[in-house]
Design a protein. Structure first.
Length: 191
């Protein structure tokens, strides 16, 4: 087997050197409109090659390993006295593979953070990867709330690019009286 990052021989998803490098988290955040924060673990340019695997079978293992190095550690650092819910944005399973956002969210499960899947789905069938801001503004996700929520929410996704999808999800939840605390993503593409 080869390391998914450097392609050296490794019995695990990442060789020791890459594991160490990817384990060194520097939690950053981006502030979107109205002060809404999106926290991220990596710069997109640092893990772009790993994120592109999400459309392939082995991407499950790559994302799961990255989630254990980031989201699972965040869960252990995050302290809150009340119950909150983590939901993955548009966590439908595509092409009989897996939901990349659900893989990430799964690592947040704790006493304080419960998980709920199949909550917020996009009605749009557009692919937004590599598209301009203008395209994204003209072709909104059009999220629909599929399940009721009774606690504040953390939104989970893999990448924040323009932030439009996350803000649209936040607004959809607000229409239903649901508070969104912040969003948590693997990578920030603005860096």
């Amino acid at each position: 087997m080869r390391c998914y990052n450097c392609h050296c021989f490794s019995l695990l998803s990442f060789c020791d050197a890459c594991y160490q490098e990817l384990s060194e988290l520097s939690l950053g955040f981006r502030e979107l409109e109205e002060g809404f924060k999106v926290y991220y673990f990596y710069k997109y340019s640092e893990i772009k090659h790993l994120l592109h695997s999400k459309h392939k079978f082995h991407g499950y293992f790559v994302l799961n390993s990255l989630a254990k190095l980031s989201f699972a550690k965040f869960k252990d650092m995050f302290k809150i006295d009340s119950q909150i819910t983590a939901i993955a944005l548009d966590d439908r399973v595509e092409n009989s593979l897996y939901s990349h956002s659900a893989i990430l969210a799964r690592q947040l499960k704790s006493k304080a953070i419960k998980l709920k899947f199949g909550v917020l789905h996009s009605r749009s069938k557009c692919k937004y990867s590599g598209k301009s801001v203008e395209f994204r503004l003209k072709n909104k996700r059009d999220y629909v709330l599929l399940k009721p929520l009774n606690s504040p929410v953390i939104l989970v996704d893999d990448i924040v690019t323009t932030g439009l999808s996350i803000l649209e999800a936040k607004k959809t939840l607000a229409k239903h009286g649901i508070e969104t605390l912040f969003a948590l993503v693997l990578a920030d593409a603005k860096q």
